[in-house]
Write a protein that binds this ligand. Structure first.
Ligand SMILES: Nc1ncnc2c1ncn2[C@@H]1O[C@H](COP(=O)(O)OP(=O)(O)OP(=O)(O)O)[C@@H](O)[C@H]1O
Ligand SMILES: [Mg+2]
Length: 499
Protein backbone atom coordinates (compact mmCIF):
# COMPACT_ATOMS: atom_id res chain seq x y z
CA UNK A 1 0.00 0.00 0.00
CA UNK A 2 1.26 3.50 -0.83
CA UNK A 3 1.25 6.16 1.84
CA UNK A 4 0.44 9.65 0.76
CA UNK A 5 0.79 12.68 3.03
CA UNK A 6 -1.20 15.78 2.20
CA UNK A 7 0.02 19.00 3.80
CA UNK A 8 -2.62 21.68 3.44
CA UNK A 9 -4.51 23.81 5.91
CA UNK A 10 -7.71 23.82 3.86
CA UNK A 11 -10.16 21.16 4.97
CA UNK A 12 -11.89 21.25 1.55
CA UNK A 13 -8.71 20.21 -0.17
CA UNK A 14 -8.14 17.44 2.35
CA UNK A 15 -11.65 16.21 1.73
CA UNK A 16 -11.40 16.20 -2.04
CA UNK A 17 -8.08 14.34 -1.93
CA UNK A 18 -9.59 11.62 0.18
CA UNK A 19 -12.32 11.27 -2.42
CA UNK A 20 -10.03 11.35 -5.45
CA UNK A 21 -7.62 8.80 -4.00
CA UNK A 22 -10.17 6.57 -2.35
CA UNK A 23 -8.59 3.19 -3.06
CA UNK A 24 -7.46 0.21 -1.00
CA UNK A 25 -3.99 0.70 -2.51
CA UNK A 26 -3.55 4.20 -1.10
CA UNK A 27 -3.59 5.45 2.46
CA UNK A 28 -3.95 9.19 2.88
CA UNK A 29 -2.78 11.08 5.95
CA UNK A 30 -3.04 14.81 6.41
CA UNK A 31 -1.12 17.55 8.17
CA UNK A 32 -2.47 21.06 8.66
CA UNK A 33 0.88 22.82 8.66
CA UNK A 34 4.51 22.49 7.67
CA UNK A 35 5.51 22.11 11.32
CA UNK A 36 3.09 19.20 11.77
CA UNK A 37 4.31 17.60 8.57
CA UNK A 38 7.93 17.70 9.70
CA UNK A 39 6.97 15.99 12.97
CA UNK A 40 4.80 13.41 11.24
CA UNK A 41 7.09 12.37 8.37
CA UNK A 42 9.72 10.42 10.38
CA UNK A 43 6.94 8.41 12.07
CA UNK A 44 4.67 7.98 9.09
CA UNK A 45 7.37 7.36 6.47
CA UNK A 46 5.14 8.35 3.54
CA UNK A 47 5.93 7.39 -0.05
CA UNK A 48 4.86 10.78 -1.37
CA UNK A 49 4.08 14.23 0.00
CA UNK A 50 1.70 16.72 -1.57
CA UNK A 51 2.20 20.14 -0.08
CA UNK A 52 0.60 23.52 -0.42
CA UNK A 53 2.98 26.41 -1.02
CA UNK A 54 1.09 28.93 1.07
CA UNK A 55 0.08 27.86 4.58
CA UNK A 56 -0.20 29.39 8.02
CA UNK A 57 3.10 28.97 9.95
CA UNK A 58 6.16 28.09 7.92
CA UNK A 59 5.70 28.15 4.16
CA UNK A 60 5.69 25.12 1.92
CA UNK A 61 9.06 26.16 0.56
CA UNK A 62 10.64 26.37 4.00
CA UNK A 63 9.07 23.04 4.96
CA UNK A 64 10.58 21.46 1.87
CA UNK A 65 13.99 22.95 2.63
CA UNK A 66 13.93 21.49 6.15
CA UNK A 67 12.52 18.19 4.94
CA UNK A 68 15.41 17.84 2.51
CA UNK A 69 17.83 17.89 5.43
CA UNK A 70 16.13 14.83 6.89
CA UNK A 71 15.29 13.04 3.65
CA UNK A 72 16.75 13.97 0.28
CA UNK A 73 14.79 11.39 -1.70
CA UNK A 74 11.17 11.60 -0.60
CA UNK A 75 9.19 12.89 -3.61
CA UNK A 76 7.26 16.06 -2.88
CA UNK A 77 4.66 17.62 -5.17
CA UNK A 78 4.02 21.29 -4.48
CA UNK A 79 0.53 22.67 -4.93
CA UNK A 80 0.03 26.25 -5.75
CA UNK A 81 -2.67 28.72 -6.71
CA UNK A 82 -2.11 31.03 -9.63
CA UNK A 83 0.21 33.82 -8.56
CA UNK A 84 2.53 31.68 -6.48
CA UNK A 85 3.85 29.64 -9.41
CA UNK A 86 7.26 31.26 -9.02
CA UNK A 87 7.57 29.81 -5.51
CA UNK A 88 6.64 26.38 -6.82
CA UNK A 89 9.37 26.72 -9.45
CA UNK A 90 11.80 27.72 -6.70
CA UNK A 91 10.75 24.56 -4.88
CA UNK A 92 11.87 22.49 -7.86
CA UNK A 93 15.39 23.73 -7.20
CA UNK A 94 15.12 22.18 -3.75
CA UNK A 95 14.30 18.94 -5.47
CA UNK A 96 10.49 18.99 -5.47
CA UNK A 97 9.27 16.29 -7.82
CA UNK A 98 6.78 18.54 -9.60
CA UNK A 99 4.16 21.16 -8.97
CA UNK A 100 0.44 21.36 -9.57
CA UNK A 101 -1.73 24.38 -10.15
CA UNK A 102 -4.96 24.90 -8.20
CA UNK A 103 -7.75 24.28 -9.04
CA UNK A 104 -6.72 20.74 -9.90
CA UNK A 105 -7.26 18.97 -13.12
CA UNK A 106 -8.04 15.53 -11.66
CA UNK A 107 -6.60 13.32 -14.45
CA UNK A 108 -3.39 15.39 -14.42
CA UNK A 109 -3.23 15.21 -10.62
CA UNK A 110 -3.58 11.43 -10.74
CA UNK A 111 -0.99 11.08 -13.49
CA UNK A 112 1.59 13.11 -11.53
CA UNK A 113 0.85 11.29 -8.28
CA UNK A 114 1.21 7.84 -9.85
CA UNK A 115 4.40 8.82 -11.68
CA UNK A 116 5.86 10.16 -8.43
CA UNK A 117 4.90 6.98 -6.56
CA UNK A 118 6.68 4.93 -9.20
CA UNK A 119 9.78 7.10 -8.91
CA UNK A 120 9.61 6.66 -5.12
CA UNK A 121 9.48 2.87 -5.45
CA UNK A 122 12.35 2.82 -7.90
CA UNK A 123 14.49 4.86 -5.58
CA UNK A 124 13.73 2.75 -2.54
CA UNK A 125 14.17 -0.60 -4.15
CA UNK A 126 17.15 -2.45 -2.76
CA UNK A 127 19.09 -3.80 -5.70
CA UNK A 128 21.77 -6.18 -4.65
CA UNK A 129 24.47 -7.00 -7.12
CA UNK A 130 25.90 -9.93 -5.27
CA UNK A 131 25.03 -13.14 -7.09
CA UNK A 132 22.13 -14.63 -5.18
CA UNK A 133 22.25 -18.17 -3.94
CA UNK A 134 19.35 -20.44 -4.69
CA UNK A 135 18.51 -20.85 -1.03
CA UNK A 136 18.42 -17.16 -0.27
CA UNK A 137 15.18 -15.34 0.28
CA UNK A 138 13.88 -13.30 -2.55
CA UNK A 139 15.23 -9.78 -2.87
CA UNK A 140 15.71 -7.72 -5.96
CA UNK A 141 19.05 -8.62 -7.35
CA UNK A 142 21.08 -8.93 -10.47
CA UNK A 143 21.04 -12.69 -10.75
CA UNK A 144 23.78 -14.67 -12.45
CA UNK A 145 26.78 -16.78 -11.72
CA UNK A 146 28.27 -17.15 -15.18
CA UNK A 147 31.76 -15.85 -15.73
CA UNK A 148 30.40 -13.08 -17.94
CA UNK A 149 28.12 -11.89 -15.13
CA UNK A 150 30.93 -12.12 -12.58
CA UNK A 151 32.75 -9.51 -14.64
CA UNK A 152 29.61 -7.36 -14.60
CA UNK A 153 29.36 -7.66 -10.79
CA UNK A 154 32.96 -6.65 -10.40
CA UNK A 155 32.40 -3.53 -12.47
CA UNK A 156 29.21 -2.65 -10.58
CA UNK A 157 31.17 -2.90 -7.36
CA UNK A 158 33.95 -0.68 -8.65
CA UNK A 159 31.50 1.87 -10.01
CA UNK A 160 29.45 1.90 -6.83
CA UNK A 161 32.58 2.93 -4.96
CA UNK A 162 33.35 5.82 -7.29
CA UNK A 163 31.58 8.74 -8.87
CA UNK A 164 32.62 7.90 -12.41
CA UNK A 165 30.30 8.13 -15.38
CA UNK A 166 29.34 4.76 -16.80
CA UNK A 167 28.01 3.42 -20.06
CA UNK A 168 25.93 0.24 -19.92
CA UNK A 169 25.39 -1.59 -23.18
CA UNK A 170 23.59 -4.76 -24.14
CA UNK A 171 20.66 -6.07 -26.09
CA UNK A 172 17.13 -5.26 -25.06
CA UNK A 173 16.04 -6.98 -21.85
CA UNK A 174 19.54 -7.89 -20.64
CA UNK A 175 19.15 -5.87 -17.44
CA UNK A 176 20.77 -2.51 -18.21
CA UNK A 177 18.38 -0.55 -16.04
CA UNK A 178 18.67 -3.09 -13.25
CA UNK A 179 22.45 -2.74 -13.32
CA UNK A 180 22.15 1.07 -13.25
CA UNK A 181 19.96 0.78 -10.15
CA UNK A 182 22.41 -1.60 -8.53
CA UNK A 183 25.24 0.90 -9.05
CA UNK A 184 23.09 3.68 -7.60
CA UNK A 185 21.81 1.69 -4.67
CA UNK A 186 25.29 0.66 -3.62
CA UNK A 187 26.91 4.06 -4.22
CA UNK A 188 27.58 6.93 -1.85
CA UNK A 189 24.69 8.73 -3.54
CA UNK A 190 22.13 6.14 -2.46
CA UNK A 191 20.57 8.62 -0.05
CA UNK A 192 20.12 11.14 -2.84
CA UNK A 193 17.62 10.97 -5.70
CA UNK A 194 17.81 8.69 -8.72
CA UNK A 195 16.01 9.90 -11.82
CA UNK A 196 15.64 7.72 -14.91
CA UNK A 197 14.97 9.38 -18.25
CA UNK A 198 14.19 7.38 -21.36
CA UNK A 199 15.64 9.57 -24.10
CA UNK A 200 13.85 7.59 -26.82
CA UNK A 201 10.44 8.10 -25.24
CA UNK A 202 10.57 11.90 -25.14
CA UNK A 203 10.16 13.83 -28.42
CA UNK A 204 13.48 15.25 -29.61
CA UNK A 205 12.41 18.89 -29.27
CA UNK A 206 11.27 18.39 -25.67
CA UNK A 207 14.16 16.35 -24.33
CA UNK A 208 16.54 19.27 -23.95
CA UNK A 209 14.05 21.25 -21.91
CA UNK A 210 13.11 18.16 -19.89
CA UNK A 211 16.76 17.66 -18.94
CA UNK A 212 17.92 21.24 -18.56
CA UNK A 213 14.73 23.24 -18.07
CA UNK A 214 13.88 26.43 -19.87
CA UNK A 215 13.40 30.13 -19.22
CA UNK A 216 10.08 31.85 -19.62
CA UNK A 217 9.49 32.69 -23.29
CA UNK A 218 12.30 30.40 -24.53
CA UNK A 219 9.92 29.04 -27.17
CA UNK A 220 6.22 29.14 -27.98
CA UNK A 221 4.35 27.61 -25.10
CA UNK A 222 7.11 28.28 -22.54
CA UNK A 223 4.84 30.43 -20.39
CA UNK A 224 6.77 29.97 -17.21
CA UNK A 225 10.28 29.03 -16.26
CA UNK A 226 10.83 25.32 -15.87
CA UNK A 227 13.45 23.49 -13.87
CA UNK A 228 14.95 20.47 -15.61
CA UNK A 229 15.88 17.06 -14.28
CA UNK A 230 19.57 17.89 -13.87
CA UNK A 231 18.78 20.77 -11.56
CA UNK A 232 16.11 18.79 -9.70
CA UNK A 233 18.44 15.86 -9.23
CA UNK A 234 21.34 17.88 -7.85
CA UNK A 235 23.52 15.67 -5.67
CA UNK A 236 21.91 12.54 -7.09
CA UNK A 237 22.20 10.18 -10.03
CA UNK A 238 20.64 10.55 -13.46
CA UNK A 239 20.11 7.49 -15.61
CA UNK A 240 20.01 8.42 -19.30
CA UNK A 241 18.42 5.42 -20.93
CA UNK A 242 18.62 4.96 -24.72
CA UNK A 243 21.22 7.71 -24.96
CA UNK A 244 21.84 6.71 -28.59
CA UNK A 245 18.54 8.40 -29.45
CA UNK A 246 19.61 11.79 -28.18
CA UNK A 247 19.94 14.66 -30.68
CA UNK A 248 23.34 16.25 -31.33
CA UNK A 249 22.56 19.61 -29.63
CA UNK A 250 21.42 17.82 -26.46
CA UNK A 251 24.53 15.62 -26.59
CA UNK A 252 26.63 18.80 -26.63
CA UNK A 253 24.94 19.99 -23.45
CA UNK A 254 25.43 16.63 -21.76
CA UNK A 255 29.12 16.74 -22.61
CA UNK A 256 29.38 20.16 -21.01
CA UNK A 257 27.69 19.01 -17.83
CA UNK A 258 30.07 16.08 -17.64
CA UNK A 259 33.11 18.28 -18.20
CA UNK A 260 32.22 21.41 -16.24
CA UNK A 261 29.24 20.48 -14.11
CA UNK A 262 27.33 23.39 -15.66
CA UNK A 263 24.69 24.11 -18.27
CA UNK A 264 22.26 26.81 -19.32
CA UNK A 265 18.52 26.36 -19.30
CA UNK A 266 16.99 26.50 -22.78
CA UNK A 267 16.71 30.19 -23.69
CA UNK A 268 18.85 31.21 -20.75
CA UNK A 269 22.40 32.51 -20.61
CA UNK A 270 23.52 32.21 -17.04
CA UNK A 271 25.19 28.91 -16.20
CA UNK A 272 23.57 26.65 -13.64
CA UNK A 273 26.00 24.54 -11.60
CA UNK A 274 25.09 21.00 -10.68
CA UNK A 275 26.68 17.94 -9.17
CA UNK A 276 25.02 14.95 -10.77
CA UNK A 277 26.34 11.51 -11.50
CA UNK A 278 25.45 10.26 -14.97
CA UNK A 279 24.87 6.64 -15.89
CA UNK A 280 23.94 6.06 -19.52
CA UNK A 281 22.63 3.02 -21.35
CA UNK A 282 21.95 2.01 -24.90
CA UNK A 283 21.12 -1.06 -26.93
CA UNK A 284 22.39 0.59 -30.12
CA UNK A 285 25.96 0.17 -31.25
CA UNK A 286 27.23 3.66 -30.39
CA UNK A 287 30.47 3.12 -32.30
CA UNK A 288 28.43 2.94 -35.49
CA UNK A 289 26.45 6.02 -34.57
CA UNK A 290 29.78 7.81 -34.06
CA UNK A 291 30.96 6.64 -37.49
CA UNK A 292 27.71 7.92 -39.01
CA UNK A 293 28.27 11.26 -37.22
CA UNK A 294 25.04 10.84 -35.31
CA UNK A 295 26.71 10.57 -31.96
CA UNK A 296 29.47 12.90 -30.77
CA UNK A 297 32.78 11.12 -30.63
CA UNK A 298 34.00 13.14 -27.64
CA UNK A 299 30.83 12.33 -25.68
CA UNK A 300 31.18 8.68 -26.59
CA UNK A 301 34.74 8.56 -25.22
CA UNK A 302 33.71 10.49 -22.14
CA UNK A 303 30.93 7.98 -21.43
CA UNK A 304 32.88 4.94 -22.47
CA UNK A 305 35.54 5.38 -19.78
CA UNK A 306 33.82 2.68 -17.79
CA UNK A 307 31.78 0.39 -19.96
CA UNK A 308 29.60 -2.43 -18.72
CA UNK A 309 28.69 -4.72 -21.56
CA UNK A 310 25.91 -7.05 -20.43
CA UNK A 311 26.01 -10.30 -22.35
CA UNK A 312 22.89 -11.63 -24.06
CA UNK A 313 21.18 -14.45 -22.20
CA UNK A 314 22.06 -16.95 -24.94
CA UNK A 315 25.72 -16.21 -24.25
CA UNK A 316 25.39 -17.27 -20.61
CA UNK A 317 23.07 -20.20 -20.71
CA UNK A 318 24.36 -21.48 -17.39
CA UNK A 319 22.49 -18.60 -15.71
CA UNK A 320 19.11 -19.70 -17.06
CA UNK A 321 18.35 -22.25 -14.34
CA UNK A 322 19.21 -19.76 -11.62
CA UNK A 323 17.05 -17.06 -13.18
CA UNK A 324 14.13 -19.46 -13.57
CA UNK A 325 14.24 -20.28 -9.86
CA UNK A 326 14.60 -16.65 -8.96
CA UNK A 327 11.54 -15.61 -10.99
CA UNK A 328 9.47 -18.54 -9.69
CA UNK A 329 10.17 -17.40 -6.15
CA UNK A 330 9.65 -13.75 -6.95
CA UNK A 331 6.20 -14.24 -8.50
CA UNK A 332 5.11 -16.71 -5.85
CA UNK A 333 6.08 -14.23 -3.17
CA UNK A 334 4.22 -11.34 -4.81
CA UNK A 335 1.10 -13.50 -4.97
CA UNK A 336 1.65 -14.99 -1.53
CA UNK A 337 1.79 -18.53 -2.91
CA UNK A 338 4.32 -21.31 -2.58
CA UNK A 339 6.59 -21.39 -5.62
CA UNK A 340 5.72 -23.90 -8.31
CA UNK A 341 8.39 -26.32 -9.41
CA UNK A 342 9.44 -26.74 -12.99
CA UNK A 343 10.10 -29.92 -14.93
CA UNK A 344 13.62 -30.70 -16.09
CA UNK A 345 12.22 -31.01 -19.61
CA UNK A 346 11.19 -27.34 -19.48
CA UNK A 347 14.57 -26.28 -18.09
CA UNK A 348 16.24 -28.10 -20.98
CA UNK A 349 13.99 -26.29 -23.48
CA UNK A 350 14.81 -22.97 -21.87
CA UNK A 351 18.51 -23.73 -21.94
CA UNK A 352 18.33 -24.37 -25.67
CA UNK A 353 16.12 -21.48 -26.70
CA UNK A 354 17.85 -18.39 -28.07
CA UNK A 355 15.99 -15.73 -26.01
CA UNK A 356 15.96 -12.76 -28.39
CA UNK A 357 14.20 -10.73 -25.66
CA UNK A 358 16.76 -11.89 -23.08
CA UNK A 359 15.97 -11.91 -19.36
CA UNK A 360 12.80 -9.87 -19.82
CA UNK A 361 11.45 -12.54 -22.18
CA UNK A 362 12.35 -15.30 -19.74
CA UNK A 363 10.67 -13.40 -16.93
CA UNK A 364 7.49 -12.97 -18.99
CA UNK A 365 7.46 -16.61 -20.05
CA UNK A 366 7.73 -17.77 -16.44
CA UNK A 367 5.00 -15.43 -15.33
CA UNK A 368 2.67 -16.63 -18.10
CA UNK A 369 3.45 -20.28 -17.53
CA UNK A 370 2.73 -19.94 -13.81
CA UNK A 371 -0.75 -18.74 -14.66
CA UNK A 372 -1.32 -21.48 -17.23
CA UNK A 373 0.07 -24.37 -15.17
CA UNK A 374 -2.75 -26.27 -13.46
CA UNK A 375 -0.80 -28.27 -10.91
CA UNK A 376 2.17 -27.57 -8.68
CA UNK A 377 4.68 -27.83 -11.50
CA UNK A 378 5.24 -26.11 -14.80
CA UNK A 379 5.33 -28.73 -17.54
CA UNK A 380 6.17 -28.69 -21.25
CA UNK A 381 2.56 -28.02 -22.23
CA UNK A 382 2.42 -24.87 -20.11
CA UNK A 383 5.04 -22.92 -22.00
CA UNK A 384 4.43 -21.00 -25.23
CA UNK A 385 4.71 -23.22 -28.27
CA UNK A 386 7.26 -21.03 -30.07
CA UNK A 387 9.62 -21.64 -27.19
CA UNK A 388 9.03 -25.35 -26.81
CA UNK A 389 9.42 -25.97 -30.53
CA UNK A 390 12.03 -23.29 -31.13
CA UNK A 391 10.02 -22.94 -34.33
CA UNK A 392 10.70 -19.29 -34.90
CA UNK A 393 14.38 -19.81 -34.43
CA UNK A 394 14.81 -22.38 -37.17
CA UNK A 395 12.25 -22.15 -39.94
CA UNK A 396 11.90 -18.49 -40.77
CA UNK A 397 15.09 -16.56 -41.23
CA UNK A 398 15.00 -13.02 -42.54
CA UNK A 399 18.70 -12.39 -42.42
CA UNK A 400 20.52 -9.13 -42.73
CA UNK A 401 22.07 -9.80 -46.15
CA UNK A 402 18.60 -10.37 -47.56
CA UNK A 403 17.12 -7.20 -46.21
CA UNK A 404 20.13 -5.32 -47.48
CA UNK A 405 18.99 -5.97 -51.03
CA UNK A 406 16.26 -3.40 -50.34
CA UNK A 407 18.89 -0.77 -50.66
CA UNK A 408 21.46 -1.43 -53.34
CA UNK A 409 23.88 1.18 -51.99
CA UNK A 410 24.41 -0.66 -48.74
CA UNK A 411 25.81 1.65 -46.13
CA UNK A 412 28.38 0.34 -43.70
CA UNK A 413 27.34 2.81 -41.01
CA UNK A 414 23.89 1.30 -40.73
CA UNK A 415 23.33 -0.32 -37.36
CA UNK A 416 23.44 -4.03 -38.01
CA UNK A 417 20.61 -6.20 -36.84
CA UNK A 418 22.47 -8.47 -34.52
CA UNK A 419 22.46 -12.01 -35.76
CA UNK A 420 22.28 -14.56 -33.10
CA UNK A 421 23.33 -18.18 -33.04
CA UNK A 422 20.31 -18.99 -35.13
CA UNK A 423 18.61 -16.32 -37.22
CA UNK A 424 15.25 -15.61 -35.71
CA UNK A 425 12.17 -13.54 -36.04
CA UNK A 426 10.37 -12.92 -32.84
CA UNK A 427 8.43 -9.73 -32.35
CA UNK A 428 11.55 -8.27 -30.72
CA UNK A 429 13.63 -9.00 -33.80
CA UNK A 430 10.94 -7.61 -36.04
CA UNK A 431 11.18 -4.39 -34.13
CA UNK A 432 14.92 -4.17 -34.72
CA UNK A 433 14.54 -5.08 -38.39
CA UNK A 434 11.84 -2.41 -38.78
CA UNK A 435 14.07 0.07 -37.00
CA UNK A 436 16.87 -0.71 -39.42
CA UNK A 437 14.59 -0.34 -42.43
CA UNK A 438 13.24 2.89 -41.08
CA UNK A 439 16.78 4.13 -40.62
CA UNK A 440 17.46 3.49 -44.29
CA UNK A 441 14.20 5.12 -45.31
CA UNK A 442 15.12 8.21 -43.36
CA UNK A 443 18.58 8.43 -44.88
CA UNK A 444 17.53 7.82 -48.46
CA UNK A 445 14.67 10.09 -49.43
CA UNK A 446 14.32 8.38 -52.80
CA UNK A 447 13.77 4.99 -51.29
CA UNK A 448 10.09 4.08 -51.01
CA UNK A 449 10.52 1.68 -48.17
CA UNK A 450 7.12 -0.01 -47.93
CA UNK A 451 6.78 -0.97 -51.61
CA UNK A 452 10.45 -1.90 -51.67
CA UNK A 453 10.07 -4.30 -48.76
CA UNK A 454 6.83 -5.68 -50.14
CA UNK A 455 8.49 -6.38 -53.48
CA UNK A 456 11.41 -8.17 -51.83
CA UNK A 457 9.12 -10.31 -49.68
CA UNK A 458 7.06 -11.35 -52.70
CA UNK A 459 10.14 -12.25 -54.73
CA UNK A 460 11.43 -14.37 -51.86
CA UNK A 461 8.12 -16.15 -51.39
CA UNK A 462 7.83 -16.90 -55.09
CA UNK A 463 11.38 -18.15 -55.25
CA UNK A 464 10.84 -20.34 -52.24
CA UNK A 465 7.63 -21.83 -53.63
CA UNK A 466 9.03 -22.08 -57.16
CA UNK A 467 6.42 -19.64 -58.41
CA UNK A 468 3.40 -21.26 -56.71
CA UNK A 469 1.22 -18.21 -56.05
CA UNK A 470 -1.23 -19.98 -53.74
CA UNK A 471 1.57 -21.12 -51.43
CA UNK A 472 3.44 -17.84 -51.68
CA UNK A 473 0.33 -15.83 -50.76
CA UNK A 474 -0.29 -18.08 -47.78
CA UNK A 475 3.27 -17.67 -46.61
CA UNK A 476 2.94 -13.90 -46.74
CA UNK A 477 -0.47 -13.75 -45.11
CA UNK A 478 -2.22 -12.11 -48.08
CA UNK A 479 -4.83 -13.34 -50.57
CA UNK A 480 -3.87 -14.75 -53.91
CA UNK A 481 -5.68 -11.85 -55.62
CA UNK A 482 -3.58 -9.34 -53.71
CA UNK A 483 -0.44 -11.24 -54.55
CA UNK A 484 -1.33 -11.22 -58.23
CA UNK A 485 -1.92 -7.45 -58.16
CA UNK A 486 1.43 -6.86 -56.51
CA UNK A 487 3.21 -9.17 -58.95
CA UNK A 488 1.86 -7.04 -61.79
CA UNK A 489 2.49 -3.76 -60.04
CA UNK A 490 6.12 -4.57 -59.31
CA UNK A 491 6.70 -6.34 -62.68
CA UNK A 492 7.86 -9.40 -60.81
CA UNK A 493 6.59 -11.99 -63.27
CA UNK A 494 8.83 -10.72 -65.99
CA UNK A 495 11.83 -10.87 -63.76
CA UNK A 496 11.11 -14.40 -62.57
CA UNK A 497 10.61 -15.76 -66.04
CA UNK A 498 13.97 -14.32 -67.06
CA UNK A 499 15.73 -16.16 -64.27
N1 LIG B 1 20.43 -10.54 -14.11
C1 LIG B 1 19.14 -10.35 -13.82
N2 LIG B 1 18.62 -10.83 -12.68
C2 LIG B 1 17.32 -10.65 -12.38
N3 LIG B 1 16.46 -9.99 -13.13
C3 LIG B 1 16.91 -9.47 -14.27
C4 LIG B 1 18.27 -9.61 -14.68
N4 LIG B 1 18.44 -8.99 -15.86
C5 LIG B 1 17.24 -8.48 -16.19
N5 LIG B 1 16.32 -8.75 -15.23
C6 LIG B 1 14.90 -8.37 -15.27
O1 LIG B 1 14.51 -8.34 -16.64
C7 LIG B 1 13.71 -7.21 -16.92
C8 LIG B 1 14.40 -6.33 -17.96
O2 LIG B 1 15.51 -5.70 -17.38
P1 LIG B 1 15.90 -4.18 -17.71
O3 LIG B 1 14.69 -3.34 -17.84
O4 LIG B 1 16.93 -3.77 -16.73
O5 LIG B 1 16.54 -4.43 -19.17
P2 LIG B 1 17.11 -3.39 -20.21
O6 LIG B 1 18.41 -3.93 -20.66
O7 LIG B 1 17.09 -2.02 -19.62
O8 LIG B 1 16.06 -3.53 -21.39
P3 LIG B 1 15.69 -2.47 -22.55
O9 LIG B 1 16.89 -2.34 -23.44
O10 LIG B 1 14.57 -3.14 -23.27
O11 LIG B 1 15.32 -1.21 -21.88
C9 LIG B 1 13.49 -6.50 -15.61
O12 LIG B 1 12.28 -6.94 -15.05
C10 LIG B 1 14.66 -6.95 -14.76
O13 LIG B 1 14.34 -6.93 -13.40
MG1 LIG C 1 15.97 -0.32 -20.24
Amino acid sequence: MDKLLLVDDEKDVQYSFRRIFDSPEIEISTADSGEDALKLIPKLRPDLVLMDVRMGGITGLETLRRLRQIDAKLPVIMMTAYGTTQTAIEAMKYGAYDYLLKPFDVPKLKAIVFAALKAAHDMKQVVSFQPLLESEDYEVGVVGRSEAMQRVFKLIGQLAGSDATALITGESGTGKELVARAIYYNSQRAEKPFIAINCAAIPENLLESELFGHEKGAFTGANTQRIGKFEQCNGGTIFLDEIGDMSLPTQTKILRVLQNGAFERVGGNSPVKVNVRVIAATNKPLEQAVAAREFREDLFYRLNVVRIQIPALRERRDDIRLLVNYFLRKFAQSQKQTPKSISSEVIAIFENYHWPGNVRELENVIQRSMVVAKGDAILGGDIPVEISTGRLSTTVSPTVPETQSVNPSSDSSVPAVQRTDSASTSPTDLVSIARLLFYWAKKDSKLKIIPAVERELIIHALEETKGNQVQAAKMLGITRATLRKRVDKFSIKQMLSVS
